[in-house]
Ligand binder design. Structure first.
Ligand code: HDE
Length: 702
């Protein structure tokens, strides 16, 4: 059980069967020298954990070996079903700090006092891939936040994209079945580039807005730390006077947004399938705690009635230029779980977890989700007592009469486990402090109907496309081309072009041309003619909203023997001052010897540290060093990829032969910085703050 050494003061030997209490209060046996004695789960000391019990050294194993049986049986049961969606995820602990009281809008305790800190657990995830899939899949990212408020847990189970594929929860199994591996062949894994996904999408016009997001750079983020998060649905805030204000939740990363390019994503998946989780782990473990601001879009019924689209439609967003988000607090992630399974795997998010003062709207997707999440946790965690697990238990006092069942950890004492009772035992409900649903007046016929107000499927898709920079538009066209090129059924490709014609003709033509479709189809039938009068929303572009800072980013410095020690030191100091990090890559992982004789340790050997793992690169090579590297494919790729991915490259004169061998002209653009010039280190870092030199991309033709 416990693996930590026991407290010294209580040490004793196994001979007197001493029990001591560990840090977590657990009991364990210790021996001389304070090494725990291995025991069975029943606490029995084990003499031999290397050999099963047999008749003779070469004989059959005995069923009597209770230690072996217990160990193997437990192992056989180590896995629980992975989440049907969002199986691959990574979590971290932190806190939410409220900026100012929002009492005017909500009675939720979490928003009453400026400076109030509420413990939080966040799990980021991909949607389609299984638990062991790679991090850089083109996919939506989950952004699920659990706030352990003083009035119970509040889960904002969001995504990094503010809209969704479907308008009604009854379609969720269909959209997910279509994107998961095809059921007869069980591939492709963690990919939307296949027939069934695009078949469903091309038959589901309401998905078009979300498709534009998923084909954009939002779906290949550089880091969880550089993503926005969205609650997606319209929710309500409700104050003490039972007045409701509609709200949309947005998390904005303090370090700004950043994504990678597709060619890079594909290579990262090979070089480091755990790229995103390693990034979060490294940042938090090194004290660089990522931070997001919670921003609210608040609006009333009148705004809702006058807005271009239905605020209950989860395939629509409210542009920030029309309704500016107000920052109301910050989320800081400052701790990694001690045990991945206990925390990240067992954490159970549920949209229905809301404290008094937060309420739902009638968004039919949200209403459906409120059914699904409890059910999925029961299936996954196997017992209604999943709320007893430390990661899921509220951190405020709680009292109820639920009891028994599998693995009940909290067992009530006393006689009356019901209420009302005559024994004065147990809690009672509180109409004042308890959760009161907003008393919206509802009446109507029982129908299975989609409202008319949900029927414009193209206008916001077009607005999203028109709000992107040319580089981002190019990426969308390339993503659509790539994905549809993997679709083997021509009619599906053509159906998609017919939809794209309703979104943006230029985009449709580009994709059709790249797919080799010579005759454009008719535009798809649209229930409502697509609007072309929606103003672009610059807030929707990642590049338009760059951080203009290199903080939190990482530089890969390729070095050779004889590297200029003082230049390396100057770069290291400047990079750290910027709040960024540098990792050294060398021909051998043992490192190199600098020109002043010092030994420079390397983090990676050249084959293990490709430039796709870094935001910018340095080539700190002597001519001799570069000559040796020119014959290495990994070194040539290091340079060629950094260039193709529009990264800033700082280089010493010695590195020129390697640049040449990689097909890169050192004077081709301002993203190539010779480190001999006067203020070269600063010039290089100034460039890095732009993150990428997108002007280069058109010429690179990835
Ligand atoms: Fe989920 N979703 N979802 N979803 N979802 C799950 O719950 C579901 C939707 C989201 O890190 C499941 O614990 C339905 C939208 C996240 O543990 C399940 C519908 C959004 C996570 C489920 C949706 C999300 C989930 C699977 C359509 C963004 C991962 C495992 C009505 C706002 C949470 C689980 C974590 C997980 C159902 C649509 C976000 C099956 C029925 C829209 C971030 O309950």
């Amino acid at each position: 059980m416990a693996r930590k050494p026991a407290a010294k003061s209580e040490a004793a030997t196994i001979h007197d069967q001493a029990l001591v209490r560990g840090d977590g209060g657990e009991l364990h046996q210790i021996a001389e020298g304070h090494v725990d004695i291995l025991t069975t789960a029943q606490g029995g000391p084990v003499a031999d954990d290397q050999n099963t019990l047999k008749i003779g050294a070469r004989g059959p194993t005995l069923i009597e070996d209770f230690h072996f049986r217990e160990k193997i049986f437990h192992f056989d049961h180590e896995r629980i079903p992975e989440r049907v969606v969002h199986a691959r995820g990574y979590g971290a602990h932190g806190f939410f700090e409220t900026y100012k009281s929002l009492a005017k809008y909500t009675r939720a305790d979490v928003f009453q006092r400026a400076g109030e800190k509420t413990p939080a657990f966040v799990r980021f995830s991909t949607v389609a891939g299984s638990k062991g899939s790679f991090d850089l899949a083109r996919d939506v990212r989950g952004f699920a936040v659990k706030l352990y408020t003083k009035e119970g847990n509040w889960d904002i189970v969001g995504n990094n994209i503010p809209v969704f594929f479907i308008q009604d929860a009854i379609k969720f199994p269909d959209v997910i079945h279509s994107v998961k591996p095809e059921p007869d062949r069980e591939f492709p894994q963690a990919q939307s580039a296949h027939d069934t996904f695009w078949d469903f999408i091309s038959l589901t016009p309401e998905s078009m807005h979300m498709i534009m997001w998923v084909m954009s750079d939002r779906a290949i983020p550089r880091s969880f730390r550089f993503m926005q998060g969205f609650g997606v649905h319209t929710f309500r805030l409700v104050n003490t006077a039972d007045e409701s204000t509609f709200v949309k939740f947005i998390w904005k990363p303090k370090l700004g947004m950043q994504s990678v390019v597709w060619n890079e994503a594909v290579k990262i998946n090979g070089a480091d399938p755990d790229f995103h989780r390693r990034d979060l782990w490294t940042a938090i473990k090194s004290g660089n705690f990522p931070e997001w601001e919670l921003c609210l879009q608040l609006f009333d019924q009148e705004f809702a009635d006058n807005f271009d689209f239905d605020v209950l439609d989860p395939t629509k967003l409210i542009p920030e230029e029309i309704l500016p988000p107000i920052p109301v607090g910050r989320l800081v992630l400052d701790g990694m779980p001690d045990n991945f399974f206990a925390e990240t795997e067992q954490v159970a998010f549920m949209t229905q977890n809301v404290p008094p003062g937060i309420d739902f709207s009638n968004d039919p997707l949200l209403q459906g989700r409120n059914f699904s999440y409890l059910d999925t946790q029961l299936k996954r965690l196997g017992s209604p007592n999943f709320t007893h697990l430390p990661i899921n238990a509220p951190k405020c006092p709680f009292h109820h009469f639920q009891q028994d069942g599998h693995m009940a950890m909290r067992n009530p004492v006393g006689r009356a486990n019901y209420q009302p009772n005559s024994f004065g035992e147990g809690p009672r409900e509180s109409p004042e402090r308890g959760f009161r649903s907003f008393a919206d007046g509802e009446e109507g016929q029982k129908v299975r109907l989609r409202p008319e107000s949900f029927s414009d499927h193209y206008s916001q898709a077009g607005q999203f496309f028109n709000s992107q920079t040319p580089a981002e538009q190019r990426h969308i066209a390339m993503a659509l081309t790539f994905e549809l090129s993997k679709v083997e059924t021509p009619v599906i490709r053509e159906r998609m072009i017919a939809h794209l014609l309703n979104i943006d003709e230029g985009l449709a033509e580009t994709v059709a041309e790249k797919l080799g479709i010579t005759e454009l189809p008719e535009p798809a039938d649209a229930a409502i003619a697509p609007r072309k009068d929606l103003e672009p929303s610059p807030a929707l572009s990642i590049i338009e909203n760059g951080p203009n800072s290199f903080e939190g980013r990482k530089i890969g410095a390729l070095v050779s023997n004889g590297v200029d020690a003082s230049l390396l030191k100057a770069l290291q100091t400047a990079i750290e001052k910027e709040g960024a990090a540098m990792e050294v890559i060398a021909p051998k992982v043992g490192g190199v010897q600098a020109d002043d004789g010092t030994k420079i340790p390397a983090k990676h050997m050249i084959d293990g540290g490709p430039s796709v793992l870094f935001d910018a690169v340095l080539l700190l090579l002597t001519e001799e060093g570069a000559d040796l590297l020119t014959s290495e494919a990994a070194a040539r790729d290091f340079v060629a990829d950094a260039f193709a991915h529009c990264k800033f490259i700082g280089f010493t004169p010695g590195a020129v032969p390697l640049l040449a061998k990689a097909g890169v002209d050192p004077s081709s653009d301002e993203g190539l910085v010779s480190l001999t010039d006067g203020d070269a280190v600063n010039t290089y870092l100034e460039g890095c703050r732009k993150l990428r030199l997108w002007a280069r991309e058109a010429g690179v033709k990835l």
